[in-house]
Each structure stands twice: as C-alpha cells, then as structure tokens.
Design a protein around this ligand. Structure first.
Ligand SMILES: Cc1cc2nc3c(=O)[nH]c(=O)nc-3n(C[C@H](O)[C@H](O)[C@H](O)COP(=O)(O)OP(=O)(O)OC[C@H]3O[C@@H](n4cnc5c(N)ncnc54)[C@H](O)[C@@H]3O)c2cc1C
Length: 418
C-alpha cells in the first residue's frame, strides 16, 4: 500500500473510522497470516522479492484488495484508485501492522513508481498506467544504478537521443530489483552530456518487453534472484513516454529516492518487517529464552523496532499533513538498516552453529534465518548506502559543509571517469 499521495479528497467529510478499520481487519484476516501466528503457512519461507510463488501471491493479494476497494487508497478513482483520504491510508497502515502482507514483490512498483506516475505523469500517462499498476497487473521497477554510477547516480552514462517522435536509448543498468518479472521501468538517462551532470538527465517510462531490452538475472549468495543487469541496445521510446520535462530528470530522481527512503524506512519491503515476535518464538522453541545474552539481544531489538516505529510515524504524519518528508527519510532508512543488522545478530545468537549448516531442503528455521542474515547487509546499500544517508543527515540536519566536488559546474562530458 502506498502512503505517499493524496487525491485532494482529504478534506472530505468525516467517515465511520471504526467501520473502515473493521472492514480492513476482516479483509486481512481472510487473506494474510498474523505476525504472531506461529504457523504462518501462507507466507512462511518465501523470499520477499525473489521467487515466482511470492510474485503470484502478491498479485492475487493485490487483485483481492482492488476488488474489495482497498487498493491504491489515496489514488484517484478515475485512475483505478480507491479515491479515499490520507486518514484512510493511516488507518489501513496502522491496522495492517499486525499482519504479514504478501506484497513484497510489489513494494517498488507501489512504494516508488506509483507515486511518481501520479505526481509527474500527464493525464494520458496516468490513464494508460495507474490502474494496471495499482491492481498489480503490470509491475514496475526502478532503473537508476549503473556499473559506474551507484552512490553518485547523477554521473550515470546511459544515453537517450531524440529521433523524431522517439528517443533512442542505449546503455546498461544494474542491481535492478525485480526487472525479470516487471513490465515497465522508470529509467534515468543522459539527454544532454554538455550540461553539468545533474542538469542533463531525463526520466522515461520504458516498456521492458520492447525490442532491444535484455534482462539478465543476477544470482545472489543466498541462491535468490532478486536483481538483474538490464541492457538497452537502440531501444525506441515514444516521446510521450518522457516523464516530466527534458533535462529535469534529476529532480524526479530525487523525489523517487525520497519515496524509496520513506518506503523502506517507514515499513515497506519484506526485509524490514517487525521480527521480534518470530525471534522470541524461536528462542522459546530452542530453549534459548533463559540465556542472558539472547535476552539482552531481544530486548535491544524490541527497543530498536519501537524507535523505528516512531521515526516511521513521524514520516507518515508529515505525509498526512501534506508535506514532502525531508531528511527524516534518510534517518528512517538508516534506522531500518541498523535494525536489520541487529536482527541478524540476534537471530544468529539464538541459532548458534545451526545457523551456519543444515541439510539442504530441510533447513527449516536455520535456513530461513541464514537467508535473512545474508540479505541483511543489502538493506544498508539499497536506496543509498548508510554512508550516503549519514552524509545527507550531516549536511541537511547538522548543517555541516557539503563534500568538496572539484568538478562542480563542469559539463558531464568533460569530467574524467574510468
Ligand atoms: C537490495 C538492493 C536492491 C537494489 N535495488 C535497486 C533497484 O531496484 N534499482 C536501482 O537502480 N538500484 C538498486 N540497487 C543499487 C543501489 O542503489 C546501489 O548499490 C547503491 O546506490 C550503492 O551504489 P554502488 O553499489 O555502485 O556502490 P558505490 O557507490 O560504488 O559505493 C561503494 C562504497 O563507497 C561508499 N561511498 C560512495 N560514495 C561515498 C561518499 N560520497 N561518502 C562516503 N562513502 C561513500 C559507499 O557507502 C559504499 O560503501 C539495489 C541495491 C541493493 C543492495
């Protein structure tokens, strides 16, 4: 579910909040496992972004949400949303905190691409894409990072050149989460290399099934295939698929990164859900709940999750008040990353040596938590690394000087790069 937008219906008359929450709870009860459900058979053991079963589950969950009038809550009804208010979204978010929503594979499509389309799309683009995105019929991904441009994403090299009513795109993206099952990507490409790096970029809606697009999955250490390399070779993009204005792509990219940090930090993404109920159950099952070190780790985790909850609440309150969250997005993202590492350490302390070796296919809890352990480091990298978040907090919260840039103001094409 998104929490990033508004329909203008927010000043609508008061509604029966208890009845709405009861509807949401009845829906979730019918379609999801509770977080404290020790069985958890509907979602247990699924890679939140990687496997086909997870995608199918996410799609059918989203279709059921749409049928119940609970998908895209704050998006306009004319474009397939529910046309409700931010207050409805707030109530939904709060009510759903106790359930495992099987929507991990749609988190980028809904948490980042959907608000971008809604905020920057033309009426024609919204009419063409919003409803299918909201329902999960078409899934979208974010295509920023390149082999030579990650933290310094404004330095990217993929080129789009205008040719009549089309743009021709050449280049390569990497670490594109979910591209192997996505239908469209929001691509940032260089449209004027003679301008300084932040000024010569544009954002495009790219059909990933178009000729010239090649998606190559990357296999991770855990065996999952969450990311991809994507190659563009003379891909023709209709001029009408430019999102926003030509050479204004950096402003859109910053907005999208903010949506990403808010989405990760405020509770989106399968790696970032509340874990302490599962870990307390694990400690009890393994007879480790009397171990003082384990107890300390669990108490520390609960405190960290509480704090993260408050940071997320602050962001949701900013969104509910109609403000675009500022550097608190970075604080939330960093808090989530630190917490993922703490969760990993608590899980390994409980499992001990069995967290490192098991019979393949029969690993049960050990396999599940080891996969989490291997994936946890990624939270510190996705959406801007911990160091980058600290740089932003240093500059924008603490008022420290910006990092020196010897090429500030220089044309992108004149900056040396390897
Ligand atoms: C789980 C996951 C999902 C992802 N999904 C996507 C996706 O869907 N779409 C997409 O476009 N990208 C995605 N990425 C890529 C991600 O955005 C980049 O990996 C990230 O921005 C870092 O870039 P890089 O890997 O090139 O590292 P680099 O930028 O090369 O950084 C290497 C190291 O240098 C440090 N560093 C770099 N610059 C500075 C600085 N100025 N100050 C201090 N330290 C610095 C970094 O913190 C890091 O430790 C994903 C990554 C992960 C892990």
């Amino acid at each position: 579910m998104d929490s990033q937008t508004s329909t203008g219906a927010d000043e609508a008359a008061a509604f029966d909040e208890d009845a709405f929450v009861a509807t949401v709870e009845a829906f979730l009860d019918a379609h999801c496992d509770r977080i404290d459900d020790t069985d958890g058979e509907r979602s247990e053991g699924r890679d939140p972004v990687g496997d086909d079963g997870a995608l199918a589950a996410a799609r059918s969950f989203q279709a059921a949400l749409a049928d119940a009038g609970l998908a895209g809550l704050t998006y306009p009804a004319e474009y397939g949303g529910a046309g409700l208010t931010r207050r409805h979204q707030e109530l939904f978010t709060r009510a759903s905190a106790g359930w495992r929503l099987p929507d991990g594979p749609l988190s980028i499509s809904h948490g980042m691409c959907l608000p971008m389309l809604n905020q920057y799309g033309t009426p024609e683009q919204k009419a063409a894409h919003l409803a299918d995105n909201i329902r999960g019929t078409h899934v979208w991904c974010q295509m920023f990072s390149e082999p030579g441009a990650g933290s310094d994403v404004a330095g990217l090299s993929s080129r789009a050149v205008r040719d009549g009513d089309e743009w021709i795109l050449d280049g390569q993206k990497v670490w594109t989460s979910g591209a192997h099952y996505c239908d469209h990507g929001l691509v940032v490409a260089r449209t004027d290399p003679s301008l300084p790096k932040h000024q010569g970029l544009s954002m495009f809606i790219v059909d990933l099934h178009a000729p010239g697009v090649e998606v190559r999955p990357l296999v991770q250490i855990s065996g999952a295939r969450g990311f991809n390399e994507v190659f563009f070779d003379g891909v023709r993009i209709p001029a009408t698929d430019l999102l926003g204005e030509v050479n204004q792509g950096w402003n859109l990219a910053v907005s999208m990164l903010m949506f990403e940090r808010v989405s990760i930090g405020a509770g989106g993404g399968g790696l970032n859900a509340k874990r302490h109920p599962d870990l307390i159950r694990l400690a009890r099952d393994l007879g480790r709940d009397g171990d003082p070190v384990v107890r300390q780790a669990l108490a520390d985790l609960v405190i960290g999750e509480e704090i993260k909850g408050y940071v997320g609440q602050r962001i949701r309150a900013a969104v509910a008040a109609g403000r675009v969250p500022g550097p608190e997005g970075s604080i939330a993202k960093l808090t989530g990353a630190v917490l993922a590492r703490r969760t990993r350490d608590a899980a390994m302390a409980i499992l001990g040596a069995s967290g490192q070796a098991w019979t393949p296919g029969r690993g049960g809890e050990a396999e599940k938590w080891s996969n989490f352990c291997i994936s946890a480091a990624g939270v510190s990298i996705a959406g801007g690394t911990d160091e980058v978040q600290r740089n932003i907090i240093g500059e924008r919260v603490l008022g420290l000087p910006k990092e020196p840039d010897p090429y500030k103001g220089a044309a992108w094409q004149d900056v040396p790069r390897s």
